[in-house]
Design a protein around this ligand. Sequence first.
Ligand SMILES: [Zn+2]
Length: 560
Amino acid sequence: MANFDRAFIDQVLSSTDIVDVIKEKVNLTKNGANFKGLCPFHNEKTPSFNVSSSKQFYHCFGCGAHGDAIKFLQEHDNLTFIEALTKLAQAAGLELPEKTKKNDAHYNLFISNKLAADFYSRALKNNPKAKTYLESRGIDQDMVDVFHLGLSNNKWDDLTNLFAKEKIMNNAVEAGLIIKSNNKTYDRFRNRIMFPIRNSTGNIIGFGARVYNSEDGAKYLNSPETKLFHKSFELYGLYECKKEISKDKSVIIVEGYTDVIGLYKSGLRNCVATLGTAFTKHHFNKIKRYTNKIIFCFDGDTAGKSAAWKAISNCLTELKDEIQLSLVFLPEGCDPDSYVKTDRENFDNLIDNSMPLSQYIIEYLKSNKDTNTVEGKTSFALEAKKVLDQMPDIMYTDILREEIQEITGNVIPKESQTSNNKEKKTSSNTNQEFDIKELTLLSLFIEYPRLVKEFDCKNIISETSLKNIYDIITEEINHNKNFTAAHLLKLFPNNETIKTIVSFESNEKSEDSARVTIKEIFHQLELSSKEKIYFDLLNRYTDGQKLSDDEREFIKTFKK
Ligand SMILES: [Zn+2]
């Protein structure tokens, strides 16, 4: 194994969930934070084979077998190390490095980052002013040690000289530590407090950097995307906090690395932060390996609120019944770091009383809508459907749907089993009884498409799903001279309403007789839609509402 690329092995292991790997071969049941099953390596009747999801490790108390996912495949499937590694890499969608590259790429980037981090760390030690500055922000020597904080000097060539001396300039450029432009090289990070970012196995994959004693440049700067560092996958503090996250059985997700450090110092050692990006589903899948209880902590300002919705939207597809997601919004103007320092007790309180995801979704969707009106309910239902459609087919989704239906009065249909968006829009109300006149009208239009152009039925069809289909029919007929019922069925194979219309027997033998029938129905529908408008206006009038001139004119002429 000495000849294998340790960095790549780390990458494979951190992209693999040992529980998934072992579950394929051993029946596992959840046992607290771990999983338990009958040991595949010795005969036993009561399970003593344990798999730890957070440690990514298995151990048998009966025979002592233990190891990581690679070791498990080696032992269980009788594979060589490289075979097991290849198998896991393939499952994780990672390409095995070519034999020649094996020892190079990632490993050299790790080394470059480590070298830089140690350099930054020494620079901080030698700079009492910077240390005082950190202390004034509540970051003491303990925190500096735990998070391996450092300082990039206000120079353009500190690291450049270091890497030139080590003769590994290209690696440093590839690691994003040094910028090469027009044949000149210079340090990317200058005059900043440096926060090394570690992957879950502890190797440094990049840096976060915060301005220190100047107002120049962006407040925060990260390493660029490199072979090692992918912002939308990595979480700051995971390596430092993963033990506590498993032990505490929960994680608090914050927005900045100073928040992670501040909370850590106050004793909350189960926090991670995103790296200046939105929280992604990759983050979600990474963190749920350690705990099922995920608490988002956002600033209470507008930016925090929109970050929250973004984060939640990104996770919707990945939800699982056993995961408990909740949210905390701090008072406006507060960040977790400052808040926990001034009011620890209240912060704990907020975390303990975080808002469950379901409540958050409903409140978010309700905001700016009056769900006491039909209009408000409709727009709420439309947006709720979009959210529900993204969620997996789990109990949680069913229960949330029921909650939402309580508000809308039962009108959120379950997602139809099709991929056609146009169809989704029209496939509601499948089992309902339609008005026979409206149904006849549409079925005649499908049978005699040329007649569509002779009547404008837009405002006389009252049933929404039939109205939608009328729109589709007119659109299709305008674009396709040879429109037939078969054409429509092919476009919307699973639309029950269309099937109902097509299979409806109109009994008209010719276009001419169909025209007469349509005309008749048209007038009746027009009349009833006018009657409806008339009574609506009359009601409004007797309620004391003011009517427009047109509306009053309508009432007057309709009476005649
Ligand atoms: Zn065993």
